[in-house]
Design a protein around this ligand. Structure first.
Ligand SMILES: Cc1cc2nc3c(=O)[nH]c(=O)nc-3n(C[C@H](O)[C@H](O)[C@H](O)COP(=O)(O)O)c2cc1C
Length: 217
């Protein structure tokens, strides 16, 4: 497998075939890509809602009306739709949960290792909470890493995808009860298989030239 071929062939899918579903085994791999996406200090400040049925997709599609209407059929016709959510706060309870998981997973064999890990993570978390005061922005950056991981991974699995920022965030937060769960929606990714109406599949890709975006030192 040449990873560059996947970067060159994947594209933002503009129309999905509603009859084609992602097989369960591949859907499981998608969940693994989400869960194992890297995040700064392994803080994992996210939650993913996945809809693989018409009722679930219809709830998400409510947020793609009016100015966002072009995205509604993508959400309805995709096989699976992922809503990427960011935590509203990086609180002590979440930090304790991450630390406990790392201990369960065998990464912190001694009390000293546990204390060091907590100290290191808290250093960065507190920097963003109290000094830079950009914790929300910092957490959302981590969420977007998971978007990138998913997009390339989907391409590798032969699954088409469309990332979607064009939706009514407040409406989706209300629909999914996100505020009550300490979450906010950040971005949606529709996944499935393109239909013949996917005009973007027929267009050449366009990117700025190498020299405009890469400087060799
Ligand atoms: C964060 C993000 C949000 C996007 N939102 C939308 C969207 O709301 N609707 C849409 O059709 N495409 C959306 N796109 C697709 C981009 O327009 C597309 O990725 C870009 O033009 C590059 O084309 P390519 O992905 O086909 O290579 C989004 C892409 C990203 C990364």
């Amino acid at each position: 497998m040449n990873i560059a071929d996947i970067a060159l062939s994947r594209h933002a899918t503009k129309a999905f075939d509603p009859a084609r579903k992602i097989p369960a085994e591949l859907a499981g791999q998608i969940e693994t890509l989400l869960r194992f996406s890297p995040s700064s200090t392994n803080a994992q400040p996210w939650h993913f809602f996945i809809a693989d049925n018409d009722a679930g997709k219809a709830r998400i599609a409510k947020a793609a009306q009016g100015a966002y209407g072009a995205n509604e059929p993508k959400i309805r016709n995709a096989s699976h739709v992922v809503v990427f959510c960011t935590r509203a706060a990086m609180d002590d309870a979440h930090l304790a949960a991450v630390l406990a998981q790392e201990a369960r997973d065998g990464r912190l064999p001694t009390d000293e290792a546990r204390a060091n890990q907590h100290r290191g993570r808290s250093f960065y978390v507190n920097m963003h909470r109290f000094e830079r005061r950009d914790a929300q922005h910092w957490m959302e950056k981590q969420v977007y890493l998971a978007v990138g991981t998913l997009l390339l991974g989907a391409g590798a699995l032969g699954i088409d995808a469309c990332p979607i920022e064009g939706f009514d965030q407040a409406l989706l937060d209300e629909e999914l009860g996100l505020r009550e769960r300490g979450l906010t929606s950040a971005v949606i990714v529709a996944l499935g298989y393109r239909s013949d109406d996917d005009f973007n599949a027929k267009l050449p890709k366009s990117r700025l030239p190498t020299e405009a975006v890469i400087t060799r030192l």
